[in-house]
Design a protein around this ligand. Structure first.
Ligand SMILES: *Cc1c(COP(=O)(O)O)cnc(C)c1O
Length: 229
């Protein structure tokens, strides 16, 4: 049952935070609902979850509009956690409270333009790619500083932090160096004057390790809703 799963996850999140000497309330659960139907999301809302992650604009568009009448009284937060193409920026700005996957100056500029048109301050994270995997998106460590500089001038964006997705490992401990590195990069950027409080890292298989290394958001799908088809 998704709801029992979610309470167990929340408990494990608290324990991981306390192990690391952190306050459990510093870590937010982003329930990843890609491929999960609107009915199941509705149940998750009824059970108290308030923050959801989707990876595709089109799927989110349909789901959010199916849900909107049902849950209008609850304050739901939607996060985009999948790669965003520039030509969908307009829709992403309409749909998402936070866009976690900004990975180029061109995309940031387009989001800023669309947010300005919509009269919105768009909250974003920068996706950082810490591995060499071809299939993964994100800016490299080397490119990060110039993107930070660029975004500083885009006044309809509010940059809140960094996101990363390490390679998949059977053993979660192997992901630890990636989580640690993202935190270090954040701290280094801090010394250059960039405040990046949010670290979105950790998924079903490795969220406890990510929290021990400083995650403020974990993105969890399978461990709540079951295997995706
Ligand atoms: C699917 C997805 C997740 C959730 O993965 P699970 O292993 O199902 O918890 C987290 N982050 C991103 C970017 C994803 O695409």
């Amino acid at each position: 049952m998704p709801i029992e799963n979610a309470s167990l996850i929340l408990k494990k999140m608290s324990h991981a935070a306390m192990r690391a000497g952190r306050c459990p309330s510093e870590v937010k659960l982003v329930a990843v609902t890609k491929t999960v139907g609107a009915e199941a999301v509705k149940k998750a809302v009824d059970a108290g979850l308030r923050c959801f992650g989707e990876n595709r604009v089109q799927e989110a568009q349909k789901k959010i509009s199916d849900l909107i009448s049902e849950i209008s009284n609850s304050r739901i937060e939607w996060h985009l956690i999948g790669h965003l193409q520039k030509n969908k920026a307009k829709y992403a700005v309409q749909l998402f409270d936070v866009i976690q996957t900004v990975d180029s100056a061109a995309l940031a500029e387009e989001l800023n333009r669309q947010a300005e048109k919509a009269g919105k301050i768009q909250r974003i994270l920068i996706q950082v790619k810490l591995s060499e995997e071809e299939a993964k998106h994100g800016v490299s460590e080397k490119e990060l500083m110039s993107l930070l500089e660029e975004i500083k001038g885009l006044h309809n964006l509010k940059l809140e932090g960094l996101m990363t997705m390490p390679p998949y490992f059977e053993d979660a401990e192997k992901a630890r160096p990636y989580f640690k590195r993202l935190r270090e990069i954040r701290d280094e950027a801090g010394r250059e004057g960039y405040s990046l409080p949010e670290l979105s890292m950790g998924m079903s298989g490795d969220f406890e390790v990510a929290i021990e290394e400083g995650a403020t958001m974990v993105r969890i799908g399978t461990a709540i809703f079951g295997e995706r088809k």
